[in-house]
Design a protein around this ligand. Structure first.
Ligand SMILES: Cc1cc2nc3c(=O)[nH]c(=O)nc-3n(C[C@H](O)[C@H](O)[C@H](O)COP(=O)(O)OP(=O)(O)OC[C@H]3O[C@@H](n4cnc5c(N)ncnc54)[C@H](O)[C@@H]3O)c2cc1C
Length: 353
């Protein structure tokens, strides 16, 4: 009998399975490969400041050092480089953004530095209002990490490559059964699928579409992230991830003509270097109305749990809250109340079937 059955191997399922393995707890993970899952398309950036007013990201003073250690440990285990420390060069796109940066710097300079030489990036970019930098940020090679961890899951007999069907889930007195698997608990780390799971569909999900591109740009130094409204993030040798959009209402999950035009015009207007667009993609973020994750065992059925709602911040939230969820399961700790799904105990259904 397994202790835990995980559904999904995006960032959430990857980190859950990592901590289970670290704790020596038997588990299996079911995932259907999806090259356009949110994690597979993420830029991989952990940015300690956010939004138009450059406010500190929620819990970042704890999340960033935790993530740094967790990704380093996984790097050592897998024997691959998966994370770098980087600075984001913020080429101010408007007077408002310049003023917001300066104001925030005067109030609290944490994670910010004012730009020195104004022309420092002028060989590569067009910008009139100067720049500042945001640091330290972490840049995770998410796709590489997911592929590498999946290969380990497969080798070690933990992975079931399959579509999970909720109809096939059966509860018994000791736990749950799915196909020939018997486990004490099942944890849904299945991204946007949970928004249609009768156990969790009442949670205030607010799915959000994001589009991006992979762009070849030779001779742009790839040790920095460049941001001017849109961001150019190092992805592979001479290749940058460009994005992204944030759409709360959308008709489908496909790349759109509108984003392609905007991105092309951004590249022509902001970048002075030649570029080639290699790929255009779209993915749906499992975002939430209050911008806080959904973590924990179901308030009315402790055999079922969830790690979800990572929104735009899966790289920093997943390692930290996966650990908290495992600690809850093993009776060794509690979940941060603002992330715990206990806060929705009144709207979560007792018996959805
Ligand atoms: C364009 C874009 C850019 C982003 N950039 C960043 C960034 O720079 N930094 C950051 O921190 N975050 C970023 N994000 C957000 C981040 O990607 C998400 O927060 C995170 O990926 C969510 O991970 P997840 O594991 O919850 O879901 P997912 O990545 O969606 O993983 C869910 C997994 O479950 C599987 N699954 C679902 N249903 C089933 C089923 N029935 N049976 C079997 N398997 C199933 C899916 O195939 C998938 O593998 C970005 C997102 C997008 C779209």
């Amino acid at each position: 009998m397994e202790e835990v059955l995980i559904v999904g191997q995006g960032l959430a399922g990857t980190w859950l399975s990592w901590w289970l393995h670290q704790g020596g707890i038997p588990f299996k993970l079911i995932d259907r490969p999806n090259p356009n899952g949110a994690s597979r398309r993420a830029a991989g950036l952990i940015n300690p400041v956010t939004g138009r007013r450059i406010v500190k990201t929620w819990m970042i003073d704890e999340l960033l050092p935790f993530a740094r250690n967790a990704y380093r440990e996984m790097e050592n285990f897998l024997g691959e480089s998966l994370m770098n420390e980087v600075a984001v060069i913020d080429l101010f796109p408007s007077v408002q953004m310049l003023q917001a940066f300066q104001h925030r710097y005067e109030q609290d300079p944490a994670y910010l530095a004012l730009g020195g030489d104004r022309e420092k990036y002028a060989a590569s970019f067009r910008y009139d209002l100067g720049w500042g930098s945001i640091q330290p940020c972490l840049l995770v090679s998410v796709e590489k990490l997911l592929i590498s961890w999946r290969a380990w899951l497969k080798r070690s007999g933990h992975l079931i490559e399959s579509d999970f069907e909720l109809n096939d889930l059966v509860e018994d007195s000791t736990g749950i059964r799915w196909s020939d698997i018997h486990a004490r608990q099942i944890i849904f780390a299945d991204g946007i699928s949970s928004a249609q799971n009768p156990w969790f569909e009442n949670l205030p999900f607010a799915l959000n579409k994001g589009e991006g591109m992979l762009v070849e740009i030779k001779s742009l130094p790839d040790n920095l992230v460049y941001k001017k409204g849109m961001s150019l993030v190092p992805y592979a040798e001479n290749i940058f991830w460009l994005g992204s959009s944030y759409e709360w209402t959308f008709e489908n999950d496909q790349p759109s003509e509108k984003f392609r035009k905007n991105a092309e015009s951004w590249l022509r207007q902001s970048l002075k270097l030649p570029f080639t667009i290699l790929e255009h993609f779209a993915a749906i973020r499992p975002a939430t109305l209050e911008r806080r994750p959904f973590v924990g065992l179901h308030p009315h059925n402790k055999k079922i749990g969830i790690l979800n709602g990572m929104g735009t911040k899966g790289c920093s939230l997943a390692p930290y809250f996966a650990k908290q969820l495992i600690e809850q399961i093993t009776g060794n700790g509690n979940i941060e109340p603002l992330a715990d799904i206990m806060r929705f105990q009144n709207i979560l259904k007792r018996h959805p079937f």
